[in-house]
Design a protein around this ligand. Sequence first.
Ligand code: CA
Length: 374
Amino acid sequence: MPPQRASTVRATVDFDKPGKQTGFIQVPHSSHDDAWGVVPVPVAVIANGRGPTVLLEGGNHGDEYEGPIALGELIRDLDPAAVSGRLIFIPAINLPAVMAARRTSPLDDLNLNRSFPGDPLGSPTQQIAAYVNDVLFPLADAFLDLHSGGSSLAMIPSAIVEPAADPDRMRRNTAAAQAFGAPVAVVIDNRGDPRTATASAARAGLTVMGTEMAGAGTVSIEALKLCRRGVRNVLAHLGVLPPEMADPPKAPTPIYELASPSAYVLATDEGVFEPHHENGDEVRAGEPAGRIHFLGDPSRPPVELAYQADGILYGRRHPGRVWPGACCLVVARPLEGRRRPERRDVRNRVRLRSQPGHRLLHPLDEGPAGAVAQ
Ligand code: CA
């Protein structure tokens, strides 16, 4: 761990104090209309007795809502006496992005999740990343980063496994993701990007898990229910909450992965994308994935796009408009070395329910064991 870099960011809470505290992480931001103001990033600490420290983050992207809602509820409702250890909540970590309901911060146009390890002398988003990296990660044993699909993606609600080269860390990350109790867990390396919060936390040696709840810039009732239960499940798994506060999954969660770059179906042209499948559908490499239409030139035939991987459709672009390089579809494949689940296995574990423009996967409480045993 490098020595902490000098920072002007200050927290109004005492991370060493027992009990429940709420306050702010004050990020100096001197703008045209506010010379000595701060960006007040909300923070809460609930600490009691001995046990691990878990850092819970929401609002890394400002248009992803299930995580921040579930964390706010825990901050308000949790009795410190139920905690063994310490919980540090940062449910709206990129506050300017959260208040603007945008993936990126309106102050500097930066994506917090491509800004780690940050810069304590940089822009607001870079300062926030540096504070999380330099101050909060060293306090913590485990890190939960709660994402949803955001405005541009509708996804299968899922727990995310942060890849780790060390087998013991990979086992811990996988176990934490499986404890969440989502219909599927997916190993995601974000195209190998080292600038994400979870990659940074993994480098710091923390046990790391994430989520992708439904997305499309809205609040999913089913995904919020899953998120509420899942966070408690993971905290009980980590030993910070008692087992009676958890409702752990009855069967092992099947594990998939995004095999970069073949997982992504990218647009080749500017136009409007018509997908051929719903989330959860099984797809094959080479199979037509969708078409790009040219609404301003009806005489021009649409351009066909094809899948590059076998698996299930894991995420679909939400807005219709695309341009060259835009991500239209994401395919998750069963984790390498594991048996490929038959279509009926996936269908047995999940129920497809119609949503506006897409379908989402939901866990069946009485579902049989997953096809891919851990
Ligand atoms: Ca996200």
